[in-house]
Design a protein around this ligand. Structure first.
Ligand code: MRU
Length: 330
């Protein structure tokens, strides 16, 4: 299992997910600002991984300057890096509430380090539990369609949706996983396919528009995806293109499953309408790996996420178990 995030005591090392699978390079972060930049620029991505990274960013901030004013500024810098994944805000809240009053602490940076390391390890344990619960829910052999990347690269390890898929594979019940390419950033084509290949999972790459065809031809019997934020009513934001898969799955009467740790659930976000959807730079759509794929000056819309209504979600799998509609996360 690949490690996307490695803590070295005085700096954070991130596997650069922008250039995988063609290059394996690492970026070092030594401040909250550098950490926020790495999150915004997608060196590290995936909701749980963003949260863990932010927790370490706060350690770096306290190592540089443990005053409350500097810490508050660092929290703001990190919170502004990406708006949709609630894990980012959960990690910041977790650190600030556990630290309490900085003036009461002998070594705030050391305390924050304990908190970040525990948060990191806890995410791995949550993923493993999600995998077990999800695979338990899905009886028999399975051919799965997934979207984006929800594996070790997007988490502390193992993965959420990909964690369930890995568990099915361990139980010799995974017939095949179809990975959507995931336009425009190509997390599926570049990252999910690579992760599956590394670990020997039978994976086939498809484009984002092929899901309906796969379902129509009985080539997949369930869809498993992750989430960036799950509202109190179960509406779930995930990578753009997810909602279309949920609609197609409902039409074909196959289970559509959202897998996420409870750190992705946002009880204060009442419905999907309250989830801020990040819009990313237009060149992510108009170019592929630096090469233009459309006429210059083409108008572009690039929302990074969409919201799947709760009523289309057969089950939400967390480390606490399998939930069904109507969802009420309070
Ligand atoms: O823009 P990204 O790559 O951060 O988007 C990631 C996703 O949409 C994932 O499906 C989600 O964060 C869950 S990762 C376990």
């Amino acid at each position: 299992m690949v490690e996307a995030i490695t803590w070295h005591g005085d700096h954070l090392e991130l596997l650069d997910q922008r250039v995988l699978p063609f290059e394996t390079t690492y970026i070092q972060c030594r401040s909250a600002q550098e950490t926020a930049d790495a999150i915004r620029n997608m060196v590290v991505r995936g909701a749980p991984a963003i949260g863990v990274t932010a927790a370490y960013g706060l350690v770096l901030a306290l190592q540089q300057d443990p005053t409350p004013a500097a810490f508050e500024a660092a929290c703001k810098v990190l919170a502004a890096s990406r708006p949709t994944a609630i894990n980012l805000f959960d990690a910041i809240d977790n650190t600030t509430s556990r630290l309490g009053n900085l003036a009461d602490l002998q070594d705030p940076a050391a305390e924050a380090e304990h908190i970040a390391v525990a948060y990191h390890q806890d995410d791995l344990a949550k993923n493993k539990a999600i995998g077990r619960h999800g695979a338990g829910f899905l009886a028999g052999a399975r051919s799965v369609l997934t979207h984006c990347n929800t594996g070790s690269l997007a988490t502390s390890g193992w993965g959420t949706a990909l964690g369930i898929i890995r568990q099915l594979h361990e139980e010799q019940r995974l017939t095949r996983v179809y990975a959507d390419e995931t336009r425009p950033f190509l997390q599926g084509a570049r990252l999910t396919v690579w992760e599956c290949q590394q670990d020997g999972l039978p994976v086939t790459l498809v484009t984002d528009g092929m899901g309906g065809h796969l379902m129509n031809n009985s080539m997949v019997d369930c869809v498993i995806v992750g989430a960036d934020r799950i509202a109190a009513n179960g509406d779930a934001a995930n990578k753009i293109g997810t909602c279309m898969l949920a609609m197609a799955a409902r039409y074909h009467n196959i289970p559509f499953i959202v897998a996420a740790p409870t750190t992705t659930i946002a009880p204060k976000t009442l419905t999907g309408k309250d989830i801020p959807i990040e819009e990313r730079p237009h060149d992510e759509v108009s170019h592929v790996r630096g090469n233009p794929i459309t006429a210059p000056d083409t108008a572009v819309f690039n929302p990074a996420f969409d919201v799947t209504p709760a009523e289309l979600i057969t089950a939400i799998v967390t480390e606490d178990g399998v939930f069904h509609p109507p969802y009420r996360f309070n």
